[in-house]
Write a protein that binds this ligand. Structure first.
Ligand code: COA
Length: 179
C-alpha cells in the first residue's frame, strides 16, 4: 500500500469523460476485479500468476478503470509487456510494447474508458525505450480494430489460426515517434 499522497498521484480523471470514471494504476488487490472483467468480456483467459507477473514486471503500464461513485468496482483494465526481438540485421535486440489485454465491462462501453486507458498507459510503456507498439486482435473484432485505428495502429499482417478457436488475428503496429 502506498501513502495517501502516493495513492492520490496515481488517480486522475479520465479526460473527456465528465469525470464519471477514474483511471489509476493497478495494485495486487485489484487483480481479482481485473480477472472478473477479463473472464466476462473476453474468451482469452489467463491464470492468476500471469496477471501477477505482468503487474510485478510492468506495474507502470498496468491501469484499471472504476466508477468514481464506486471506486472499488473495476470496470476496465489494460496491461502491456515488453517483448525483445532481434533487429532486422540480427545484430541487436529491439524492444516492443506488446498490448497483452484491454477490456471494458459491457455496460460502460462507448464512454471513452478505453481511450483513457490507452492514453495513460502508452506513454508509460514507451518509457522502456520501445521502437513500436504491437498487438493482436481478432479479425472480427470491429470495435477493437476501430479503437486501435483511432490510435494510429496499422494492420501489418495476418496471423493465421492465432486464437484457440481457429480465428485469425490482425497484427497491428504503431511506430513510436520521438516527440
Ligand atoms: N463500434 C465501432 N467502433 C467502436 C466501438 C463499437 N462498438 N467501440 C469502440 N469503438 C471505437 C470508436 O472509434 C471509438 O471512438 P468514438 O466513440 O469516438 O467513435 C473508440 O473505439 C474509442 O471508444 P471507447 O469508448 O474509448 O472504447 P470502449 O471503452 O467502449 O472500449 C473495447 C472498447 C474494444 C475495449 C470494448 O468494446 C471491449 O471491452 N470489448 C471486449 C474486449 C475486447 O474486445 N478487447 C480487445 C481485445 S484485442
Amino acid at each position: 500500500m502506498g501513502t495517501e499522497k502516493e495513492v492520490k498521484t496515481n488517480v486522475f480523471n479520465a479526460s473527456d469523460m465528465n469525470s464519471d470514471f477514474i483511471i489509476r494504476k493497478c495494485t495486487v488487490e485489484d487483480l481479482e476485479g481485473v480477472i472478473e472483467v477479463n473472464e466476462r468480456e473476453l474468451p482469452e483467459d489467463y491464470p492468476y500468476f500471469f496477471y501477477k507477473s505482468i503487474l510485478e514486471n510492468y506495474p507502470e503500464s498496468f491501469f484499471i478503470a472504476s466508477k468514481r461513485k464506486n471506486p472499488q468496482k473495476i470496470v476496465g483494465y489494460i496491461m502491456w509487456r515488453i517483448e525483445r526481438t532481434p533487429s532486422l540485421n540480427g545484430l541487436k535486440l529491439i524492444s516492443k510494447g506488446h498490448l497483452v489485454s484491454i477490456a471494458v465491462s459491457e455496460g460502460h462501453r462507448r464512454k471513452g474508458v478505453s481511450t483513457a486507458l490507452l492514453d495513460k498507459s502508452m506513454p508509460a510503456i514507451k518509457n522502456d525505450n520501445i521502437s513500436e507498439y504491437v498487438l493482436e486482435v481478432r479479425v472480427s473484432n470491429y470495435p477493437a480494430i476501430n479503437l486501435y485505428k483511432k490510435f494510429e495502429f496499422k494492420i501489418h499482417s495476418i496471423k493465421k489460426n492465432y486464437y484457440r478457436d481457429g480465428e485469425n488475428a490482425y497484427y497491428m503496429i504503431k511506430e513510436v515517434r520521438e516527440d
